[in-house]
Design a protein around this ligand. Structure first.
Ligand SMILES: Cc1cc2nc3c(=O)[nH]c(=O)nc-3n(C[C@H](O)[C@H](O)[C@H](O)COP(=O)(O)OP(=O)(O)OC[C@H]3O[C@@H](n4cnc5c(N)ncnc54)[C@H](O)[C@@H]3O)c2cc1C
Length: 573
């Protein structure tokens, strides 16, 4: 007798074309970028869903990066070793141009890149950390013409070059960001890293950095934008001053302020810029990505980017783009979790029929589906505002770019973690099992909270929305954004009237303690409006009923009378 016959277990979610299967994404793109040729996205969808790439994702997450601080003779190395699968994945992301490519003229639109970023996240999100940072910092380099000319072409190039060698000999370059210090992350003004002027060079003003960064992800990137405090003294080279000179310069919050520095791993003369990697973070998820702690011992050189004392403004510009990627990433992970939940429940039988045919499971799946589609819609909408504002002036899109950034980052990332829990439960016990990285749902669950924390956690996003709302014409712009859905559903109209009333006052709704409520309400209405524009009647009706008329804390409580079958079929044919 065969004692090991496996029955009634689902096949792995593998081999699907993640773009061709994703009708919500296709229709959102058709609405926002009707002229876009989606052939490249379809090719990426096939790659990202392939068994080979899924195995690379498993291996890259199972074999975590290792830090080598010294060589066997005791010389500093400060290098991180990755599993070969990490390089395959990162190479795939760069080949598509998910990093700096949209900033080079005509190469790739931001919206196509955004769709590609979502698809790639379904495959593996951790390797996208340096990809996203490169995307975000590339435009900031324009504030230093010499560095921009030398580096920008290679930040947009698509042939991955993982070697730890000087930038001049590399085909492609990647970049990271260093803001967070032990004593303050959200409040970067608390940064204590000091920058002391060291002379004028071909790359502009050079400084010596002394201090640390408590989170410094992807330290094998070729360069970083780093925040440090400068002094206000006249610019005279400190060539003869002691290294890291403890001259009382750059006291926290003193001096001429926080400035932004370009800190490469190799200096222009080919010598190593001695960034000391202290250790790698032992993280809940995001295992394929190395996140480090670093120290700058006074002998690290950074070049000023932008004006001295304007570092916070520079960082905010970069942060806005990484926040877009957080929303895109969470939407991609939600889509992956939803696909696995539907795929599994269609195969698994319980109580005489497939789980996906059980009325209560249908309610859960349809509810997850509308959440996932609404996340995709909001994140992609934000991405369209980048295209509409980078090379032309569109006032409405400028306001949307400003307002939707904190809203999408806050709401999509928050909802992601909840959706992952429910999608995991659809898989039953197997959903909770890692099995040497084969349990993809467990990996998604561990990854989900990260997008909500980094690049500005939830409260910071909600407070940023309050700042955005102080701008002129913002309430009118939101009203215009909601217009396509007005008069289509009673719950939408009632919620829109409440929100617009609150935006029109400077009363309670704009107080700090209510900021999350405002961010949630705006997000839900913008999502509903987008679903009206490019989703089905069934999805729009369900979203209005379940998110605006009678919101619930738990998935699977859609009211009776909605076409759940149509919603699930649309989500995954
Ligand atoms: C895996 C990982 C990788 C990272 N990589 C990088 C990196 O490469 N570079 C980098 O610079 N940083 C990086 N970070 C750091 C990350 O951006 C910060 O952790 C994040 O910005 C929060 O800062 P903090 O940890 O100092 O928390 P805090 O600033 O102490 O915030 C703690 C909590 O307080 C809330 N809060 C703060 N101020 C207020 C307020 N005024 N009102 C109400 N609530 C408030 C926040 O929303 C948050 O929930 C990384 C973090 C992680 C987890």
């Amino acid at each position: 007798m065969n004692t090991h016959e496996v029955t009634n277990q689902s096949e792995p979610w593998s081999g699907a074309n993640l773009f061709d299967a994703n009708r919500p994404l296709q229709e959102a793109l058709a609405c926002h970028a009707p002229a876009l040729d989606t052939a490249r996205l379809s090719a990426l969808g096939a790659l990202a869903g392939s068994a080979d790439m899924l195995e690379h994702a498993r291996l890259a997450n199972t074999h975590a990066p290792r830090l080598h601080t010294h060589d066997v003779q005791g010389r500093r190395l400060d290098q991180v070793e990755f599993h070969p699968s990490y390089h395959v994945l990162l190479g795939g992301a760069l080949r598509f141009g998910l990093h700096g490519t949209p900033w080079s003229a005509g190469a790739l639109s931001h919206v196509e890149r955004a769709a590609g970023f979502m698809l790639f996240t379904e495959l593996e999100p951790s390797v996208l950390c340096p990809v996203s940072m490169t995307y975000a910092v590339t435009p900031a380099l324009r504030a230093n013409t010499a560095i921009a000319q030398a580096w920008m072409p290679k930040l947009a190039a698509t042939t991955y070059d993982p070697r730890f060698v000087p930038f001049a000999g590399k085909s492609t370059l990647t970049m990271g960001m260093g803001m967070t210090e032990k004593q303050g992350g959200s409040d970067v003004r608390a940064n204590t890293t000091r920058a002391e002027f060291d002379g004028d060079t071909e790359w502009g003003q050079a400084y010596r950095l002394t201090g640390h960064k408590w989170f410094f992800s992807a330290p094998m990137c070729d360069a970083f934008l780093v925040l440090a405090q400068t002094e206000s003294a006249p610019k005279t080279p400190l060539a003869s001053a002691p290294r890291g000179g403890a001259s009382g310069l750059g006291r926290p919050g003193a001096g001429s302020g926080l400035s932004c520095f370009f800190v490469p791993r190799f200096k222009p003369d080919g010598s190593v810029n001695p960034i000391r990697i202290q250790r790698l973070k032992d993280k809940l998820g995001n295992h394929a990505n190395a996140s480090s702690e670093v120290e700058f011992g006074g002998d690290v050189t950074g070049w000023l980017v932008g004006d001295e004392g304007r570092g916070v403004a520079q960082i905010l510009a970069m942060g806005a783009l990484t926040r877009l990627d957080c929303a895109l990433g969470s939407a991609g992970l939600m889509r992956a979790a939803l696909s696995m939940a539907i795929h599994h429940t269609r195969q698994r039988l319980a109580f005489g029929k497939a789980l996906a045919e059980q009325p209560l499971m249908k309610n859960v799946l349809a509810d997850l589906a509308i959440e996932s589609e609404a996340a995709t819609a909001l994140a992609l909408r934000l991405a369209t505002s980048i295209d509409a504002t980078e090379n032309r002036t569109d006032e409405h899109e400028l306001l949307m770019r400003r307002v939707l950034t904190p809203i999408a980052k806050f709401w999509v990332c928050k909802r992601g973690a909840m959706l992952a829990q429910e999608a995991m439960e659809c898989l039953g016990g197997n959903g909770y099992v890692e099995a040497q990285g084969q349990g993809v749902m467990a990996r998604i669950y561990r990854e989900m909270p990260l997008n909500s924390i980094w690049e500005g956690a939830g409260n910071i996003m909600a407070l940023d929305l309050l700042r955005a709302l102080r701008g002129a014409d913002v309430a009118a712009a939101i009203e215009r954004e909601l217009a396509p859905a007005r008069g289509q559903h009673a719950a939408f109209d009632a919620a829109a009237a409440r929100l617009l009333g609150a935006l029109g006052t400077t009363g309670d709704a704009n107080q700090e303690a209510q900021a999350r409520r405002l961010a949630r309400d705006t997000a839900l209405l913008v999502q509903a409006s987008l679903l009206r524009r490019h989703s089905s009647d069934a999805v729009f009706a369900a979203f209005c009923a379940a998110r605006l008329a009678a919101p619930s804390d738990v998935f699977g409580v859609l009211p009776a009378g909605l076409d759940v079958d149509a919603i699930i079929r649309r989500a995954l044919p």
